[in-house]
Design a protein. Sequence first.
Length: 220
Amino acid sequence: METTALINTQDDFLKALLSGNRREGSEIIRQFVENKYSIPELYESVIKNSLYQVGELWEFNKITVADEHVATAVTESLLNELYQQIISGKRTGKKVVVGCAENETHQVGIKMVADIFEMNGWDAYFLGANVPTGELIKYIHQVQPQVVALSVSIYFHIPVLEKMITEIRKEFPELKILVGGQAFKHGGEEIFKKYQDVLYLPDLHSIELFIKKLNENDKN
């Protein structure tokens, strides 16, 4: 899609979210996919960018909390419409646990991460928002995933995320952990460089490349 057309699509989708117009949002997504663009492109270029703009509008008091909640609810409902196109028939046998840091209530971004894993044949266990560290650790013991992915949208929650990482590391010293989210637009990714096998991945494209690399390594 040409840059101008993509920007127009983003603008139209943002307007649909802010007006709570699920029907219009669904039509925009349908047309985007029918134009042969992939689900990851849709997520990264349209949905993620629009939600980041919603977050910034709320941060600067240009929209209300209610507006932000409506936009989030509409987006989650639209993601559910794509379920049949997301689930891959080819399974790898690998598992990932995905969720938000403690106190973090914005779960749409990490839901899209879960979908990217599912599209690449992984079983994604989506824990949603505000995952208590102790419960997360118990669940990791139960599921035994190859990867854990954690999201944080509010910059001031990054120290909470780091505390979670240190607790997970005590129990699982070699587990691969991915971190990301809108919070890192303000910095903070350098905090996690000191932890082995903890990777900051800035977007869904880098996450998909990470998954494909792991899948390829298992074939060789």
